[in-house]
Every structure is written in structure tokens, then in C-alpha cells.
Write a protein that binds this ligand. Structure first.
Ligand code: PEP
Ligand code: MN
Length: 338
């Protein structure tokens, strides 16, 4: 439930409501806006009718029910958009942020060559997998800590903040030590113990949508992070499983536009995993920008035919440069206010 305070509410009146929400068995999440304060009463097991009764308390404008099962990620609770700052790169601030780099970090040379090229082409952040979730146990599994060191070196050389996937609870500390943003991969979107472990980590999280997750499940996964104290969450649509096999996944751009309506969190699109096909990256990138995505995450490799993972959906270095030039000409859609 949400308690909207009057613009004239005093700090004492606000504190009283916070205390009452806690007494009623809920957590109180305070959003102090420029004009008024909104207090969310979230959690289960509390007494809802007692919160409804707070309508009568001094300083309260209204008490409303949050219509969705997700609360803290909802735009009902927070109308101003969240801007996630990743070492100075602002995601959700109005500019289209482009994250680029190889699917897997394969060697220091491969990563550095890619990092320098994507930086020169105008990318804002560098991606690269150190721990790889591979369908087959016989495929390349990633270089682990060695790759994290290469990523840190590439950041030093280029100034690009780095994002990399954390696959397991046991790797959270080491990945958090190196990365500027931690990626929860599609296969782990509903790994609730991983989400719980990540919630107190003081680094932004990139939460990819599960291949078979509904929008509601995706937002509830994000809710775990916010409820656990990490408000710096960026969502990423990376394609879902449908009956269609012509593309690797079906990039659900309607979900991007919908999530921008439902949530205050920034949303990225991943046209590499979303299609599996290099030739579709540029059109889907432009489409994503046109439907309100806050950014893109794109796989780039100096020699895709030799890539140890996801070569067919990776751009080569000139291909990425070309994409960046094309994107400069695409107007980014301003998201409507709720
Ligand atoms: C990746 O980003 O390389 C990756 C494995 O993505 P996803 O979890 O979306 O499949
Ligand atoms: Mn990949």
C-alpha cells in the first residue's frame, strides 16, 4: 500500500506514519520527492486495514492499494525514473547507453582489441563474460578470475566501466571486487538465493529477463533486489522462447515499452541474444531505441568466426562502428509519464 503525504506534511507527521507502518507489521520505504513524500508499506503478514485507517492521520493525502504484486519496482510507488550510475555512466538519464564487448573474454589481446575499438566507436561501457552459462558442459566455460583481471585492465586503458556476469553465489565477492556492474544472466533470473546474496552488494545489477519469464516474474525478480536494499537495478530484455526457430529467441520489444510503463527502473535491450543473428542487430537496436529502451548491450568480437561463444550474433569491429553511426541518426523515444 502507498501512503501519499500532503505537500504540507511536517517531518513529525511523516515519521509518525513510518512508525505506524512498522507497528502494523510492514516495512516502510520512503520516497522523498521534491513536492511530496510517498511512503510504501510493503511486506506480507501486516494488517492492511490498519494502514487504510491512516487516511485519518494528520498530513496524509491518501492511502492507495498498489495494484501489482511487485511494489518497490512499480511506477505507482515511484513516478520519477531511476537513473543508475555505473562509475559515471548514467543509465536511464535520457541518453541511449551502449554496452559492447565480446560474449566471452577469451584472452587479454582479444579483449583489449575489442575494448579499444568499441571505445573509439563511442560505446559507454564494456561487457565480457568471465563465467559463462553454457548449454553444453563441453563448451568453453570462461576464464574466470583471469578474465576479471583482463576486464579490469581494459577498464584502466579505456576508462570504460565494466559489466560481467556472476553465475553463482560463491563468486559474488570476487566479481563484485572487479566489476562495476554485476550481470544476472537470463538462466539465473529466478535464482532467488543469488538475488538475495546480491541485494546488499553496493554495486549496480543488470538483471536479464529469463528466456521463459513473464514480465510479472521478471519484475518480481527485480523486487527481490530492491526489497533487499539494492535500488540500482537495470533490466534487460534479451529475447524469450517462442515457437519461432528462425531466430535464436524472440526479442520482445513490447515488453520493453510495457516495463517502461510499469516500472521506474531503466530497461536495456540485447539484440544479440534476442535474435542470434548478426544482420538483425542494427534493425532491432533502432527499434529498441524507438520504443524507449534506455540502452543496448551488444556482442562484438574482432573475428566472430573464431569466437569461442556466440560468434554468429557478434558484430565485428567495423560492423560495430557502422552501427554506432546509424544509431546517431535514430531519435530515441521519450517515455510517457504514467
Ligand atoms: C551473455 O550476456 O553473454 C549471456 C549469456 O546472456 P543471457 O543470460 O541473456 O543468455
Ligand atoms: Mn553471449
Amino acid at each position: 500500500m502507498i501512503v501519499n503525504m500532503l505537500s504540507t506534511a511536517t517531518p513529525t507527521e511523516i515519521n509518525h506514519i513510518i512508525d505506524r507502518i512498522k507497528e502494523c507489521g510492514f516495512q516502510a520505504h520512503v520516497i522523498a520527492g521534491e513536492e511530496r513524500t510517498i511512503i510504501g508499506a510493503v511486506g506480507s503478514g501486516g494488517n492492511r486495514s490498519e494502514i487504510e485507517a491512516l487516511r485519518a492521520a494528520p498530513g496524509v493525502a491518501e492511502v492507495i492499494q498498489i495494484a501489482h504484486p511487485f511494489k518497490l519496482v512499480s511506477r505507482q510507488l515511484r513516478q520519477t525514473r531511476t537513473i543508475v550510475d555505473v562509475r559515471g555512466t548514467k543509465i536511464g538519464g535520457g541518453d541511449l547507453v551502449v554496452i559492447a564487448g565480446p560474449c566471452s573474454v577469451e584472452s587479454e589481446e582479444q579483449l583489449m582489441e575489442t575494448a579499444l575499438a568499441v571505445k573509439a566507436a563511442g560505446a559507454n561501457m564494456l561487457r565480457g563474460g568471465a563465467y559463462k552459462p553454457r548449454t553444453s558442459p563441453y563448451d568453453f566455460q570462461g576464464l574466470g578470475v583471469e578474465a576479471l583481471r583482463f576486464l579490469a585492465h581494459a577498464r584502466k586503458e579505456t576508462g570504460l566501466p565494466i559489466v560481467t556476469e556472476v553465475m553463482s553465489e560463491t563468486d559474488v565477492d570476487i566479481v563484485a571486487e572487479y566489476a562495476d556492474m554485476l550481470q544476472v544472466g537470463a538462466r539465473n533470473m529466478q535464482n532467488f538465493s543469488l538475488l538475495r546474496k546480491l541485494a546488499p552488494v553496493p554495486k549496480p545489477i543488470l538483471l536479464k529477463r529469463g528466456p521463459s519469464a513473464t514480465v510479472k516474474e521478471w519484475l518480481l525478480a527485480a523486487e527481490y533486489l530492491l526489497a533487499g536494499g539494492n535500488g540500482n537495478v537495470v533490466l534487460c530484455e534479451r529475447g524469450i522462447k517462442t515457437f519461432e526457430t528462425a531466430t535464436r529467441n524472440t526479442l520482445d520489444l513490447a515488453a520493453v515499452a510495457l516495463v517502461k510503463e510499469l516500472s521506474h527502473l531503466p530497461v536495456l535491450a540485447d539484440p544479440s541474444h534476442g535474435t542470434g543473428l548478426r544482420s538483425l542487430i542494427a534493425p532491432m537496436s533502432k527499434a529498441a531505441a524507438a520504443c524507449g529502451a534506455d540502452g543496448l548491450i551488444i556482442e562484438v568480437h574482432p573475428c566472430p568466426e573464431r569466437a569461442l561463444s556466440d560468434g554468429p550474433q557478434s558484430l565485428d569491429l567495423p560492423g560495430f562502428q557502422e552501427l554506432m553511426e546509424e544509431l546517431g541518426r535514430v531519435p530515441v523515444r521519450e517515455a510517457k509519464a504514467a
